[in-house]
Design a protein. Structure first.
Length: 452
């Protein structure tokens, strides 16, 4: 199983981006076909029944499934001023160990990603540290000019945090959101939305417990936010992607809209309910909060029937010290990059989710929505981003082994079925069987191409 190193020929600068994945069950988009994938100079050259490694490195994938590299469109890799929580090296190591060959980073950093200059600074830092493909979302800003500039600089979306906007927005004012969406449509960049209409809260909730804290952000906040944003989207025609939705009713509402409006759910809202929050407290505290068991079941069953477009981790690392505080002071967010794939594969092994839908939710749809045209297919000409998966392997979630700096998880101790074995990014074996092989800086920095 260990990869055998061989010398490559052709362009010496790209020689470490040649690899032959031998004897895999290759995902075709509908099922599997047995064969090998030849990646040359970072791109898939061919898939065929029999291919000679020649002088390329080869990896024996017999008994394993080759899937397109997964794409996580919602991660907080922090870095810059918040590098003590996570940085591009550790965050992308967590991505590689989780089967994600591409991640899109959120803008609520220090400083926030709210100007083209700050976007470029992040890109520069990431180019020295990233181990997988990385692109950046920017903050929603009120000015048309900055919106245009952020889109031209390669931002993948403008993120609107309804509970606490990064730039000075009055989210209660429909006219301001309409202006944002008009600016975004003209710049051909999507708006991503954290949909909680928190301004409608009448009194400050009591915060004796995490459960009370969660009750202070009830489902109606999401419902109202989705309704308002959808109504304004219809007037503007802007592309809108809703982040981490928690209610089946939100998914249904969005599915009934045009294909410009898309939805995302997280593994924690699919797997965990308020019961877990009551039991483990800070380890399961995130926003939007976990919902009732009945709501969780509805969300899971809707997602497994294809009602959601995307599953994303909302990987939100913090230090244990920042989490362990009292309810109200504990920071919301949990790391998710290293638990998402085993959890989703476990749903496949139980027969709850089919593998075809898993690949759509974690690769095809993210690529389509965010314009990653050369990704998510194992076909000649596509990027050489491939993962190898053992569908039968059982493991136990153990956050002390995470590559992420955030070594805690509400899933700790859970047994999963279906595990990642290898991650190949642009033809480089970055992760294999517990070992991080990819060097810092080997991951490409991506710029969006919505307007091209
Ligand atoms: C996120 C974070 O920590 O950046 N936390 C979370 O609970 N999801 C912020 C956010 O996505 O709202
Ligand atoms: Zn988030």
């Amino acid at each position: 199983m260990a990869p055998q190193k061989k010398r490559a020929d052709s362009n010496p600068d790209l020689e470490d981006q040649n690899i032959l994945v031998k004897d895999a069950n290759i995902w075709t988009g509908h099922g599997f076909t047995r064969g090998s994938i030849l990646i040359e100079e970072g791109r898939i050259r061919k898939t065929s029944r029999r291919t000679d490694a020649g002088r390329h490195e080869a990896i024996d994938a017999s008994g394993l499934c080759a899937l397109p590299g997964l794409i996580d469109v919602h991660v907080h890799l922090r870095d810059m001023g918040l590098a003590y929580k996570e940085d591009f090296a550790t965050g992308t190591a967590a991505a590689a160990a989780g089967g994600f060959t591409t991640v899109l980073d959120m803008p609520n950093t220090l400083p926030p990603t709210d100007t083209p200059r700050r976007l470029v600074e992040k890109e520069r830092e990431a180019s020295k540290k990233a181990r997988v493909n990385i692109g950046f979302h920017a903050a929603a800003v009120p000015e048309a000019k900055t919106t245009q500039a952020l889109a031209r600089a390669g931002a993948f979306s403008l993120k609107l945090y309804m509970p606490k906007p990064i730039a000075p927005f009055n989210v209660e004012d429909d006219a301001q959101i309409r202006q944002l969406m008009n600016n975004a449509r003209e710049a051909r960049i999507p708006v991503t939305v954290h949909a909680e209409d928190i301004v409608s809260r009448k009194e400050t909730p009591a915060t004796d417990s995490f459960r009370q804290l969660a009750d202070g952000r009830p489902p109606i906040f999401e419902t109202r936010a989705v309704e308002r944003i959808v109504r304004i989207q219809r007037q503007t025609g802007c592309k809108v992607h809703f982040c981490h939705l928690t209610l089946k009713s939100s998914l249904d509402k969005i599915a009934a809209e045009s294909s410009s409006v898309t939805s995302e759910v997280t593994p924690h809202h699919l797997w965990l309910s308020q019961r877990v929050l009551e039991k483990v407290g800070w380890k399961a505290w995130m926003v939007p909060p976990l919902r009732s068991e009945a709501e969780r079941r509805r969300l899971l069953s809707a997602t497994c029937s294809g009602a959601s477009d995307v599953v994303a981790s909302d990987h939100a690392p913090h230090t244990v010290g920042e989490k362990e505080r009292q309810p109200g002071s504990s920071l919301p967010g949990v790391p998710g990059l290293e638990t998402e794939l085993p959890l989703m594969l476990t749903l496949v092994s139980k027969g709850t989710l089919n593998l075809s839908l898993l690949v759509k939710l974690l690769a095809d749809n993210p690529a389509r929505i965010f314009g990653l045209r050369s990704k998510a297919k194992l076909r000649p000409g596509y990027d050489g981003d491939v993962i190898l998966v053992d569908l039968k392997k059982r493991s136990r979630i153990d956050s002390s082994k995470f590559f992420s700096k955030a070594k805690f998880s509400p899933f700790d101790g859970m047994t999963t079925k279906g595990a990642l074995v290898s991650t190949i990014v642009s033809g480089r074996l970055v992760y294999h069987d517990g070992e991080m092989l990819g060097k810092e800086g080997c991951g490409p920095v991506l710029r969006s191409s919505f307007s091209s």
